[in-house]
Design a protein around this ligand. Sequence first.
Ligand SMILES: [Zn+2]
Length: 408
Amino acid sequence: MEVVKTVTLNVLEPTKVKQEAIDNLMRAYREALSFVVSQNILAHRMKLQSLFYEQVRGYGLHSQVANDLFKDAVAILNNVGKVKRNVTVPFNIPRSGSFALTKRGKPVVCFVALNGRVAVPIAMDGAYRRYKDYLNEGYKTTFFRLNHGRVHVVLKKQYQIKERYDAVLGVDVGVKRLATVSIINREGKVLKQLYLGEDVGDRQRDICLRRSILQSYADEGSRYARQALKRLKRKESDYTTTRCWQVAHEIVKLAEQYNAFIAIEDLNGLINAKGNRKGNRKAKRMPYAKLRAAPLSVAGQNGRLVVAVRPRGTSHTCSRCGSKGVRNGAIFKCPNCGYEGNADRNASVNIALRAGINDPKTNGPFAQFSEGNLSVNGGVLVHDEMSLKCLQHVNHLRDKPMNLFMGS
Ligand SMILES: [Zn+2]
C-alpha cells in the first residue's frame, strides 16, 4: 500500500536573475497549458501529447515538463475547463528537478527553467524539518510543484501488508454515528458489534442548527454573524478530523485483536451512484474523504489489509439470508427469514460478508470476490487450505487509485 503526503516548503528570496528565470518559466508554462486547454479536446493524456507536443515544446519547456503539462491539461479539461491565473509547474525528480545541498550544507531546490537549470535556496524552517522527518521515516519523493515562493513536495511510502487473517471487520459509515463495526469469522458468524463516534452525529445536528441561525443573521448583513459562521465551520472541521483519526485507531486496534482485515464501502461509488439516497445523504453530511483516509492510513501503517466493497444494497439486504428487506428508520426487517435488527449493524455485517466470506447474492461461503470489491492495499484471506486472493487489480481500481492524500 502506498501512503502519500504533501509538504509545502518555503523558498528564500532568489536573486533578480533567478527570479526572472522563474517568472519566465511560469509564464511559458501557463501559456502552453492555456493553449492545450483552449483546443478543448477531451482525450487521454497520450492522445493530447501526440497532437500538441511540438507546439508545447515551442514555448521553450523541457521535455519532461512538457510531458507533465499534459497531465495537468487532462485534469483541467475534466474539471473546471479553465487555467487558473496562478499555475504551479510540475517537476519530476530526477528528470526535470531535484533537491540538493550546497557546499555549505544549505538545502536548495533545482529545476530546469527555459534556459538551463536554476537552484533556489530553501528556508530551513518548520516545514523543512517536517520534510526531513518524512524522509527519515522512509518516505521518498519523485515529484514537486513550484509556484511563487513555494515548493509543494509529494512524498510517498510503501507499506508491507500482512497476508493472513482469521476474520473480517466491516465498517458502515453512518450519519448518526461515525462508524458501526461488525467483526465476523470465516464462517460468517458475528463475533462482535459496536458503535464508534456516536458523539459526532449529535454534534453535527447541533452545529447545523446554529449554522442556520447564524446564516440568517449573516444574510441580513451582520458582520459578527459572518465571522462567527467562519469560526464555527473551522471548529466543526477540526473536531470531525480529530474524531475520524481516533475512531480509525480504535478500528485498527479491534482488527488487530481479532486478526481481522478491514472492509469499508467504496465511497467513491457511493457518492457517484445516481439516485442512491443513502449515498447522497451521507455525502452531504459526512466528511467522506477524511473517513476513508483515516482508517486506510492507520491500517496501512500497521500493515493491515483494507478492502473496499461495492456499496449498493448494503442497507437493504438481509445479512442473515440475503433477501431484500425493509428499512424503517433505524430498524431493518427481513420479510423472508424474520430477522429484525439495527439497520447500521445489518449493513456493517453485509459489508464484512461482501469483503471476503460470502456475498449473499452469489451465495455460498466461498463465493469469489464480487466484481465491485477491490483490495485497497493488497493481501490474501485464507480459509483452511483454500486461499482467496483479493482483487488487487480490478479495472476501476486502475482508473482511480486509492492513494491517500493528506496535508502536512
Ligand atoms: Zn433474511
